[in-house]
Ligand binder design. Structure first.
Ligand SMILES: Nc1ncnc2c1ncn2[C@@H]1O[C@H](COP(=O)(O)OP(=O)(O)OP(=O)(O)O)[C@@H](O)[C@H]1O
Ligand SMILES: [Mg+2]
Length: 331
């Protein structure tokens, strides 16, 4: 049973130059004890989707269609106060951008303590002790010094770990992690990833894990959704998606990864062209200008909808990649 469901979500930014359709009929479901990976190029709409879930889309953005259900209740219809009690306690977010995720004029310690005291009945002293323990747990070596510092006095990676401490403080049922390790080096990245996995396992939390790093997604996610130009174009269990990508975009993404089990090629293949602007998107498939498999129907019909192509795989494409082996056949 899904704990959080996004249904046909449409988030638009109305600008003077036109409408930016950052989320286009997006549907997904998060289940307890599962990590859903969300991948896509820069500008695909991953962060806007994450912010839409918490009803935090910045102006001039607006959710113009669809719904977000948490335990069956619409988050978009709650009052600001009701939403505040859910945010942080039941649903937490690690923001990609420390400026958005942390208060720049408040030192770190009180920010972590505030999360604890606003939802739990504990003394200030206990909150302080718990905050220091959380900072230490997130791999920050000198928690007292970090607690006394302001965000601008810390590196990007340290801010990311502070946000993780805040997000994990109340053991949320849903964690939205937007590029949680992008500013970290690999050893610390591994620690943070294991903290997220621990939250999933110990607390049965549902996680939306956003990254453009397919290697990290492969390690972390149980299921993957691929986002392109504001739409989910393919969705499958992780092993299935890596073994048998069927959308030409996913296929291209995976082909452009370096592989250790193959002879080094002169140059890695790339996907031709550039991602489209989301401004005044045409009604047709947004991948069409870059697609090597486009057929007449792609030019004459509107943007394809997600449809099943296997027991648990879905694709939004009129001419997906086909394989001449069974899904459980040779890799
Ligand atoms: N405040 C804003 N005003 C206008 N357009 C915006 C705003 N925020 C985001 N957008 C647009 O929404 C689209 C999606 O942006 P988003 O930040 O969600 O991409 P992303 O997939 O998270 O990229 P990245 O991997 O770089 O983080 C972009 O085209 C962006 O220009
Ligand atoms: Mg982003």
């Amino acid at each position: 049973m899904a704990i959080l469901e996004v249904k046909a979500l449409e988030t638009h930014f109305r600008t003077r130059r036109g409408v930016i359709k950052a989320a286009n009929n997006v549907s997904l479901a998060l289940e307890p004890g599962h990590i859903l990976g969300l991948v896509g190029e820069s500008g695909a709409g991953k962060t806007v989707l994450a912010l839409s879930i918490l009803n935090l889309v910045p102006f001039p953005g607006k959710i113009v269609g669809g719904d977000v259900l948490f335990q069956g209740r619409s988050l978009l219809r709650l009052t600001a106060r009701e939403l505040r009690t859910i945010r942080g306690k039941e649903i937490s977010m690690i923001s990609q951008d420390p400026v958005r995720g942390l208060n720049p004029v408040m030192s770190i310690g009180p920010q972590v303590e505030e999360t604890l005291t606003s939802h739990l009945r504990i003394s200030k002293r206990e909150a302080r002790q718990r905050a220091l323990a959380l900072l230490r747990q997130m791999g920050l070596p000198d928690p007292e010094r970090v607690a006394a510092a302001y965000p601008y006095q810390l590196s990007g990676g340290m801010c990311q770990r502070v946000m993780l401490a805040i997000a994990m403080a109340l053991k949320p049922q849903v964690l939205i992690a937007d590029e949680p390790t992008s500013a970290l080096d690999v050893t610390i990245q591994a620690e943070i990833l294991s903290e997220i996995r621990r939250l999933k396992e110990d607390c049965d939390a549902a996680v939306l894990f956003i990254s453009h790093d397919l290697g990290v997604i492969a390690q972390m996610a149980d299921e993957v959704a691929v986002m392109y130009a504001g739409s989910i174009v393919e969705r499958a269990p992780t092993a299935e998606l890596f073994r048998r990508p069927v959308h030409p975009y996913t296929w291209g993404l995976l082909r452009s990864l370096p592989r250790l089990d193959q002879q080094r090629q002169e140059q890695l293949p790339t996907i031709r062209g550039a991602p489209p602007s989301l401004l005044n998107l045409p009604d047709e498939c947004p991948f069409l200008p870059r697609c090597h498999k486009a057929i007449t129907r792609c030019r004459t019909s509107s943007n394809p909808l997600l449809h099943p192509v296997g027991a648990r795989q879905e694709v939004a494409c009129y001419n997906p990649v086909v394989y001449d082996w069974a899904p459980d056949g040779p890799t």
